[in-house]
Design a protein around this ligand. Sequence first.
Ligand code: ADP
Ligand code: MG
Length: 228
Amino acid sequence: MILEMKHIYKNYQQGKMDVPVLKDVNFSMEEGEYVAIMGPSGSGKTTLMNLIGCLDKPTSGSFLLDGMDVSKCSENEMSDMRLHKLGFVFQSFHLLAKQSAIENVMMPLNYAGVPKKKRREIAFAALERVGLAERVDFLPNQLSGGQMQRVAIARAIVNSPKLLLADEPTGALDSKSGQQVMELFQKLNEEGVTVLMITHDSEIAEHAKRIVLIRDGVLREKEVPANE
Ligand code: ADP
Ligand code: MG
């Protein structure tokens, strides 16, 4: 099991009020899975993603990520988990505007202390994997939206994370670029990358092998229609 959440609750403090956002979430993933969490705006998707991404802690419940109990981790341990075990893809790419494609992809390797000579090599291989070997020296504003998202995906996989997390990865893309990003996720999953994608879009969610629904902070598996 790469991740295991049991009876997770998350409340936000609003003045003196405690606002419950996630309610008794039970969710697990095996290595190699490709899962989509789908729900409408405001249902708690990003809140859940922030917990899984070790950016925030649950109010209560237990959460194991690759065998580590995140609820007991220090800030430093959480940042180590983000660096070594997780890859992040966001709706708006989050690329550094003044850095070329390959420099953006090299960034996590700098933090991880990979020797300088090796960084370029590893980053180039990641850009090749997403089909951008010809664009390594382009700046983000010289790339299309779909290409920028592929650079962001190369950056997310460059450290060989245990889990790739994507929050509305196609939300800022036209449908053709969105389709290409979905094809890339499928290819990466076939190559062994474990993928968790969050979306409000049922057509996008259908690309995953398993769909989990979230509504008003409550999670449930989508029924697989019986074949008859
Ligand atoms: P989604 O990503 O599905 O649109 P969010 O997880 O962003 O949903 O938000 C879920 C609910 O939690 C919303 O009602 C939102 O207002 C509330 N919420 C999110 N972040 C905070 C916060 N930092 N403080 C208080 N309430 C929050
Ligand atoms: Mg959100």
